[in-house]
Design a protein around this ligand. Structure first.
Ligand code: FES
Ligand code: FES
Length: 154
């Protein structure tokens, strides 16, 4: 039994301790947190990205026993000012196409704005690389991140 903090609540999980967080999020927790997507399951596509202590991690690669003292935030709990600014910019820049990768993109972009209030193109590229978008939305994602960063300036 592993006790985990997810989206501000303590959740007790009965899966084996080595169960990947992605499996627990999508299949064990009630209500199921299916906004975090299963893509490759081997740490390559980035579709399963969540925040763990405000840093972006691939949840298919994290066993639940490794996060018993951490704060996990999934797309369902992404409500910080940075996340809200990004969601607004996502709509204004018409970012989404099929949508499959977009939970991960928003989570990773939020983690980026926690570290860089005004990220450069290079910082955006570095933070977002490896979260695959087969629809080719990355140019719009980059534009939306710049827009969100500007909206957060005092
Ligand atoms: S599902 Fe985790 S990286 Fe692809
Ligand atoms: S919007 Fe379709 S995979 Fe990214």
């Amino acid at each position: 039994m592993v006790s985990v903090r997810i989206n501000g609540k303590t959740v007790v999980m009965h899966s084996a301790p080595e169960t990947p967080l992605l499996w627990a999020l999508r299949c064990e927790i009630e209500p199921k947190l299916t906004g975090t997507k299963f893509g490759c399951g081997i740490g390559v596509c980035g579709a399963c990205t969540v925040l763990i202590d405000n840093v972006a991690f691939r949840s298919c690669q994290i066993p639940i026993c490794a996060i018993d003292k951490a704060e996990v935030v999934t797309i369902e709990g992404l409500e910080s000012p940075e996340a809200r600014a990004l969601k607004k910019a996502w709509i204004e820049c018409d970012v989404v196409q099929c949508g499959y990768c977009q939970s991960a993109q928003l989570v990773a972009a939020t983690a980026l704005l926690y570290c860089h209030r005004h990220p450069t193109d290079r910082e955006i590229n570095d933070a977002m690389q490896g979260i695959e978008c087969r629809c080719g939305t990355f140019p719009r994602i980059r534009r939306a991140i710049h827009r969100a960063a500007e909206s957060l300036q005092p």
